[in-house]
Design a protein around this ligand. Structure first.
Ligand code: NAD
Length: 294
């Protein structure tokens, strides 16, 4: 069984670290919130009193932090790269910008350390149930070492290529999701105005060329898909604020790589308005209300 240092014990990190405990790994956790660390201790982990302490004498460091600035802070400024032995594997599971992911893994490589970017999809429910999907960037060797640990927290583990490619996969996928949710919402709003019943549009489009996940698994109108957040007043789910974060990361990456993503830009602008009007805590499928003008 491995010794793991876990940094960032929030909505995602805490259940992920507890799943590592459940299969028998030892977990020393650090978070700037003492209350978060206490929850890990209650679940059988130990408290590290500083970032360096969480990273010392462990086989792997796993982090689950809000954004690129915290990841750069933890790995580059707080001294994780100096605190660990060369055989310690570094795995950052946060969703961050591709450039920061590549910058931090290059700094690790310069010190002879293996680092993976391994963002997830599946949300808090997936973190609790250990059914997350991991999209992993880094070397084949580091991926092979990380796989058993990731399997304790997730169900689908995909190696996406070299450093940064895990983050690239995550933001490309979520750009599709953001755009397609707006497209499906616009279609339902137009159908309403044209006097076409939502259930009828669903029956037809779900079996036609308009079929997509936003329609058939996460339908933004109540009724056709009983499990979708539309049936519970758009309680998340996946919040609009999280979708906006990922769409902005996609735009940042598109600018940096010189890619043209006009619909991605429009989706980021629309979610920006939705969140700016106070709906950041709602499920992202609630954008249909905004498009409807209600
Ligand atoms: P969260 O805010 O609940 O947790 C982040 C934790 O990091 C907090 O407990 C915070 O105190 C801690 N933290 C912040 N700065 C720190 C530092 N310098 N050192 C140590 N700890 C620090 O966020 P979350 O919902 O757990 O999300 C974490 C990451 O996972 C984000 O990048 C998010 O985009 C991604 N993600 C979240 C979801 C979701 O549904 N919540 C789904 C997929 C991916």
């Amino acid at each position: 069984m491995a010794r793991i240092g876990f940094i960032g014990l929030g909505n995602m990190g805490l259940p992920m670290s507890l799943n590592l405990r459940k299969v028998g790994h030892s977990v020393a956790g650090f978070d700037v919130s003492a209350a978060a660390v206490e929850k890990l201790v209650a679940g059988g982990g130990t408290a590290a009193d500083a970032i360096k302490a969480a990273a010392s004498n462990v086989d792997a460091v796993i982090s689950m932090l809000p954004s690129g600035s915290e990841v750069r802070e933890v790995y580059l400024k707080a001294g994780v790269l100096d605190a660990i032995t060369p055989d310690t594997l570094l795995i950052d599971c946060s969703t961050i910008d591709v450039d920061s992911a590549r910058q931090v893994s290059a700094a690790a490589r310069e010190k002879g350390l293996a680092m993976l970017d391994a963002p997830v999809s599946g949300g808090v429910a997936g973190a609790q149930a250990a059914t997350l999907t991991f999209m992993v960037g880094g070397t084949e060797q580091a991926f092979a070492r990380a796989k058993p640990l990731l399997e304790a927290m997730g169900k689908t583990i995909v190696h996406a290529g070299p450093s940064g490619n895990g983050q690239a996969a995550k933001i490309c996928n979520n750009m599709v999701l953001g755009i397609s949710m707006i497209a499906v919402s616009e279609a339902f709003v137009l159908a309403e105005r044209l006097g076409l019943d939502a259930q009828k549009l669903f029956e037809i489009s779900s079996k036609s060329s308009g079929q997509c996940w936003s329609l058939t698994s996460y339908c933004p109108v109540p009724g056709p898909v009983p499990t979708s957040p539309a049936n519970r007043d758009y309680q998340p789910g996946f919040t609009a604020a999280m979708m906006l974060k990922d769409l902005r990361l996609a735009q940042e990456a598109a600018r940096s790589a010189g890619a043209s993503t006009p619909l991605g830009a429009e989706a980021a602008a629309l979610y920006g308005l939705f969140v700016g009007n106070g709906f950041g805590g709602r499920d992202f499928s609630g954008i249909i209300r905004f498009l409807r003008g209600t």
